[in-house]
Write a protein that binds this ligand. Structure first.
Ligand code: NAD
Length: 436
């Protein structure tokens, strides 16, 4: 085994052992602030959303680009002729350690953790696409690693930086609808194939793609177009279905504004799907305990063919959006038609007529989510707004929903020990890793 591979396996095992012992470790502060020059950024996964991520950071120094498929990454590769190009992120990090300040991870979900963990342990600042990780345990380990190394972290749930998310939280904090005890969130996802049998034969691997590297830590399986690009979301080995894909966007406002933290129980009703493929639709029910004076919250999630009932308070003529959120409080309701809380509307009408939006008290995010991470690397802000202290517990919530869907079960959750009271669910809290 070469040194780079051995290093990764050793560090993953060390992180696991530390978590088991409940040891977060001393803050090493290996993430250095970058002042007076451009930030040297390496991007892993440069096609799909990665192409946009590379573009967003193009004002800095893009020193290295890594993708397992040179065709999918060609646009990013061609527009950064000075960047060194790699297929294997382990080789990139080992070869360019001294030149890299920060790493952007935009691969499919199953590879976020190994890449981000290695980068953090090398003292690199990281921007990691949502969901932060593929398993709940990985989210916990990544948060602990980020704490140990004092790097600037940001998850790619860009809606968290929106002005509307801040206005929404200020509205709830001001008691616009009183105490909130129920939240309903629905999404038009999946917009990719789910509820499928895994392909049998496999196809010829495209010449531009290194399939072994794409699979990475996932179990070996012959290549098929049914998996990559993009459609990996619908297969449990690589993605987490609709709730894994959208949960970190659409549960974010409720999580933040209601200060939710870990649920005490999660249950799922599931239509279709199998051990490999995510289902046609699901309903997930989370029960969150009371927090201080705030009452317990029941959050219901709907995706695919499972749709919530139209809220009785919506006036005739008001369209029920394809994706949206409803908050039920002791004084009224909020309806948000969309993935974020832009255009949040108060009901009944009488409440809207009298409610006065409170003064802006939350910090605003100057120049958006990407710049917010760069600002933290420069020391202009203390921490990015969706740093892993926020992003990891949010990801845990989304992925606990995926665990309930995948195991088709209900469980009580002990966040401190990462334990479900149901073995069928517990097996999906973590996963095994293939050596590749
Ligand atoms: N924040 C958002 O709004 C948003 C939107 C879309 C996707 N995403 C996230 O972005 C990530 C990528 O999704 P996508 O839709 O772009 O997927 P995709 O399959 O379209 O693209 C993934 C890219 O990563 C490359 N890749 C795969 N494995 C790699 C590896 N081990 N090393 C280097 N490169 C690798 C692929 O070749 C491809 O270029 C996912 O985590 C997804 O959830 C976020």
């Amino acid at each position: 085994m070469d040194t780079t591979r051995r290093q990764f396996i050793i560090s993953a095992a060390a992180a696991g052992l530390m978590a088991k012992a409940g040891v977060a470790g001393p803050a090493l502060r290996t993430g250095r602030l970058v002042k007076g020059r451009k930030i040297n950024i390496a991007c892993v996964g440069c096609g799909g959303k990665g192409a946009d991520d590379v573009r967003q950071f193009s004002g800095e120094n893009i020193v290295a680009l890594c993708d397992v498929d040179i065709a999918r990454a060609s646009q990013a590769f061609l527009s950064h002729p000075k960047a060194k190009l790699f297929r294997d992120w382990r080789e990139m990090l080992a070869a360019m350690d001294a030149e890299i300040d920060a790493v952007v991870v935009s691969t499919p979900d199953h590879m976020h953790f190994p890449i981000a963990l290695r980068a953090i342990e090398m003292g690199k600042h990281v921007y990691v696409q949502k969901p932060l990780t593929h398993t709940v345990k990985e989210a916990r380990l990544l948060l602990e690693a980020a704490r140990r190394h004092g790097v600037a972290t940001q998850m790619g749930n860009q809606g968290h930086s929106n002005e509307s998310t801040r206005l929404f939280k200020e509205m709830l904090d001001a008691g616009a609808i009183g105490d909130v005890g129920e939240v309903t969130i629905w999404t038009n996802r999946p917009v990719w194939p789910q509820d499928k049998e895994p392909p049998k034969g496999g196809m010829a691997v495209p010449e531009t793609l290194d399939w072994n590297l794409w699979l990475g830590v996932a179990p070996w399986r012959p290549y098929d177009r049914a998996y990559a690009p993009f459609d990996w979301r619908g297969w449990w080995d690589y993605g987490s279905g609709a709730i894994g894909d959208m949960g970190c966007h659409t549960i974010d406002a409720a999580f933040w504004a209601l200060d939710l933290r870990a649920p005490e129980s999660v249950s799922a009703e599931v239509v279709g799907g199998n051990a490999f493929s995510c289902p046609k639709g699901s309903i997930v029910t989370y029960k969150f305990p009371a927090r201080g004076k705030r009452p317990p919250v029941t959050l219901k999630w709907y995706d695919g063919c499972c749709k919530p009932e139209r809220p009785a308070f919506l006036p005739e003529g008001e369209k029920m959006s394809a994706s949206g959120q409803v908050f039920v409080g002791t004084k009224g309701f909020i309806f948000c038609p969309g993935d974020y809380c832009d255009s949040a509307r108060l009901y009944p009408e009488s409440l809207r007529a009298t409610f006065v939006q409170p003064p802006k008290t939350l910090p605003r995010i100057a120049n958006g989510h990407y710049q917010n991470w760069l600002d933290a690397i420069r020391g202009v802000v203390d921490a990015p707004c969706s740093n892993f202290e926020h992003a990891a517990p949010l990801t845990e919530i989304a992925l606990l929903g995926a665990v309930a869907v995948r195991s088709r079960s209900s469980f009580r959750w002990d966040a401190a020990s990462l334990k479900c009271d149901n073995p069928a669910a517990q097996r999906f809290i973590s996963k095994a890793y293939r050596m590749f």
